[in-house]
Design a protein around this ligand. Structure first.
Ligand code: HEM
Length: 245
């Protein structure tokens, strides 16, 4: 039998090979389970931050000196090993990375979900489940809230008081406006729903759920969502009722 010379395919034409990820991290990120894992891990990073942030916010009940002193201390963590505010900047970079990974993975997963829908549903406009829709809209609301919140209490661009180094007075000013209360309370309710379902999803993705343990995990998710929502909402409610002024 005559030997046949194999056809040579130029690399540039083999586009599928060009797009294939070459590293383990790349392969993981391209897989659905990899994106879900990235969402779960980035979600947990943000959740840990939120627990610390909520506890820190409650210092407002001990007066302006303690709250402002706490905000000042946040800028000195790690000194003299770290330079002034370096810890804060490291935390900001980690949080920003978590938000970006979480949002990009969520967007790509929902695109994949729509593309994978069976043809017979394409013309029927089959709607995503209630939980999925709540998570998508909740995520968008929280993304917009974070932008507003940074403009309000970090850069002070939209804060009615805007006194750098005086977060207590700035927080009181925010919750002395009707729109400040509406924006924060709506966002905190969205946050509670997001954490309730998100924590449970993350536990499933990371394989923490086992028969008999599901009820405990759901109870933890409900408790976390309730404590964080009430803890955050306590601040605007106290300003509105005059407990904090
Ligand atoms: C009633 C609710 C809240 C109040 C009163 C509040 C208050 C504050 C204050 C005073 C700061 C500035 C701290 C400082 O510069 O020393 C801050 C920063 C921040 N808050 Fe909140 N917060 C609330 C809810 C939230 C929520 C729900 C999130 C996330 C979803 C969040 C995310 C952040 C982030 C990421 C920063 C850091 C911004 C930066 O310095 O780069 N906050 N918050």
């Amino acid at each position: 039998m005559a030997y046949r010379v194999p056809t040579v395919v130029p690399m540039a034409v083999d586009t599928r090979t060009d797009r294939r990820p070459s590293s383990y991290a790349g392969i993981l990120w391209h897989s659905t389970v990899g994106k879900k894992t990235a969402m779960a891990v980035s979600g947990i990073v943000m959740l840990l931050y939120l627990v610390a942030h909520m506890l820190g916010n409650l210092k407002i009940f001990f007066g302006a000196a303690e709250f402002d002193g706490y905000a000042h201390w946040l800028r000195t963590i790690g000194e003299p090993f770290l330079h002034h505010e370096w810890f804060l900047w490291i935390a900001r970079v980690v949080l920003l990375a978590a938000v970006v990974v979480h949002a990009v993975a969520a967007y790509q997963l929902s695109r994949r979900d729509i593309a994978a829908r069976p043809q017979k549903y394409a013309h029927k406009k089959k709607r995503a489940s209630y939980a999925t829709r709540t998570m998508r809209w909740g995520g968008v609301i929280l993304g917009l809230f974070i932008v507003w919140h940074i403009l309000d209490l970090t850069t002070l661009t939209v804060n009615p008081h805007a006194a750098a180094g005086h977060p207590y007075a700035n927080v009181v000013a925010t919750f002395s406006t009707w729109y400040g209360n509406v924006i924060y309370i709506v966002a905190m309710l969205a946050l509670g729903l997001h954490i309730r379902h998100g924590f449970w999803s993350a536990a499933q993705t990371l394989g923490a759920n086992r028969p008999g343990r599901d009820r405990t995990l759901k109870a933890i998710a409900n408790l976390l969502a309730l404590v964080l929502t009430l803890g955050f909402i306590a601040v605007p409610v106290s300003v509105m009722t005059g407990v904090v002024s």
